[in-house]
Design a protein. Sequence first.
Length: 321
Amino acid sequence: MLYICFSINDYFVREAGISLIGFFENNPDYEPEEVFFLDYGIFPENRQRISDIATRYGRRITFIDAKAVTDEVKRSFPKLKGWRGSMAPNAKAFVDMIMPDYVERLLFIDADTMVTGSVAPLGSLDMRGAALGAVVSLWISMDILKGKISLINGNRKYFNSGVLLYDLATWRREHCHEMIVTTLGKEIDLTFPDQNLLNNAIPEQLIRWLPPKYNYRSHCLPPEKERELVRLGGYFTDEEIEESIQSPVIIHYMAGWPSGRPWHEQCTSSRNDDYLRYKALSPWKHIPLLPYVKLKKTEAEAVSEILKDYSNINFDDSATA
C-alpha cells in the first residue's frame, strides 16, 4: 500500500496544503485513510486547516514530530545543516526511523509541488530490488559526466530529492541507514543537505529511476527550448519527455528559475494555472500572491548558458532512465 508524506514547518504550509488538495482531487482511489505530515513547527491553526482538507476528502492527517530524530542526528553530525533554517528536508534520509512499521512503500513529496495526476502506478511499481525511486537531475548529472563534480559512491547519475519513492523493507534489508551514517562521517558537499547526502550514500544499484512525469521541473524553461534541453544527456526517451510535458503527475516548482513559482506574481511557468486551480479550492484562496522576485538572469540567459556549457559533452556513457 502506498502512503504519502510531506515534511514542513509553517513557512510552507500553504503550498503543502494546496498540493494536498491536488493530490486528493486526482487520486480519489487513494487507499490508506491517512496522509503523513512531519511537523517541524506548524502553527495550530494551520494544522487544523490541513486536517480540515483531509476530512473534506474522507481522509485524516497523521502529524509526526520528527524533530527528535533529526535533532539527534544533528547533535552527532553538526555539519549537517538545515535548509533555510529547517531540518524538515533532512527527514528524508531517516524515514526508516520516523515512519510507523506498517508503512512499507512511501511517496515523500516536497511542499513546492502540485499533484496533477494519479500516483497509483507507484504503489505497484516493480522496484527491481531498489530501495529508492527518484527522477534524474539533468544538470548535476551532466556536471558529473563533465568531471566538474563527483559522488563518493561513484554514481554517474544524480537525482532530485523533491519526489522520492521508498521501499522501506528493502531500505532496511540493504542497510541504507548505515550507508547514510557512514556518509555523514565523510567530507561531502552538503550545500543541498538532504539531496547531496542521499546521492552520495545510496548506490545506483539501489535506485529505481522514474520517468520525469513524477518530478516535472522543466516547465520553467522557455517552451521552444524545453524539449531541446531535456533531451541533453539521453536520460529520458522522447516518449517520456512528451508525457511529462503533456500529462505530468507531479509538478515541482523549484526555486532558482526566474518567475518559476506560481505563488509569486508574474510567474511564467507553463504550469502556473495548475497551482492557481487548486489554490482556489483551498483555505488560502483569498490570500494574495507574493510579490514578483526578479533574479539575476532571465530564462533566456539561463538557457543559453546551459546550452553553451554542455554543448561539447560526450554523452555516450549516459544511460537512459
